[in-house]
Design a protein around this ligand. Sequence first.
Ligand code: ARG
Length: 461
Amino acid sequence: MEKMWAGRTAGAVNKDADDFNSSIHFDSKMYKQDITGSMQHAAMLAACGIITDSESKLIIDTLGDILNDIDSGKLAIAMDAEDIHMFVEAELTKRIGDTGKRLHTARSRNDQVALDVRMYLRDETNTVLELLYELIDAVNEQAKQHVNTIMSGYTHLQRAQPVTFAHHLMAYAMMLMRDCSRLRDALKRMNYSPLGSCALAGTTYPINRRMVAENLGFDGITLNSMDGVSDRDFCLELMSAYSVIMMHLSRFSEEIILWSSWEFKYVELDDAFTTGSSIMPQKKNSDMAELVRGKTGRVYGDLVALLTTLKGLPLAYNKDMQEDKEAIFDAVETVQKCLNIFAPMVRTMKVNKDNMYKAAQKGFINATDLADYLVVKGLPFRTAYKIVGTTVAKCVSEGKVLEDITIDEYKQIHELFDTDLYEAIKLETCVAKRTSEGSAGPEAVKAQIDHVDDFLTNERK
Ligand code: ARG
């Protein structure tokens, strides 16, 4: 194929160099955005008198045909083209001759690619948001079933205080809601059209950048042409938001893996989200959760790769920037795949209430409540804390739990202990009494669940 720039150079060809230079095998993903952007560019060129109405119409109609033909599989994207921009332009010119050659007036591939990536990521990030809503919904629906399911909350992975499974799940709902807000925030900041920045310095043609921006659903235009073509902050912001999503999914995965182990047996994943072993017949492994945890590193890697690519680049466009696409495509696709598997995995997860309860009974997780009991009777917290600490030590040495000690023994430890202490240290009481906003008590958790329901209604409309 003759080089588009043969003229300035003799256009000598080296196959390896061409392959190395080419981005078509990954940027062909953006064909829809590229063609839609070009259609609006052509409309604007006519509106500003730069090309005629009939030229513009022919270009737009033909671009529409090309889009349909790619969509339907009638037209295959040629992998020997340099990139998607060149392919579409070449196809257009093949179909309508010289008129096709007018499209690239007052435009450069530098602003074109910056536009396409923004549009592509805007579309894909909206899909990520939908998937996040789906997961938040799955978490919230599980939580609704388990407002009274008592489990131990942990710190340092040691049993700490009684919570409910719903409360534990709602912590993830909060993280995922923040993820949505981070994405929305990034989307807002990136929704400005760079088209019209041209190669780097803008153009001498009387273009109307705002018209194109508006027709493509942007909130405005980028205000400096050199920044317009060389800014990839939006990629970094999105990838950092994706990284945080993955970190959340990875922590959640880690817990699901632990909870599914025979040591915990708190949950059982639906068969569809587990695998067996090729040698050990008894195994049911939580591979999906492990893979999500594993893929988290990959998304972090994508972010760091692009940060590193950009750090030494002088203004404005440099070919290094072509490297943005594989990183960002990989990141967004990985996040989508992980979210896509996670929502049904959480939705179908079976919860073993009895095991959670049994484990909660063994870890002295009501010790704080016993101290609080003495505080209500008049002791300072530090004194009460010490007394209960001694009581726990006695239990441990005797192989007992706090509930096993008789009232006489309690009286010997401190006279303020009375028979009502047994009611006070029941796990149900400990949880029910946690009524402060945001706490683990059923009423406080119901408020969290309502909040999430409202969030989903508002976001989804
Ligand atoms: N394929 C290129 C990229 O992805 C398009 C822009 C090329 N611009 C240029 N001046 N060579 O960045």
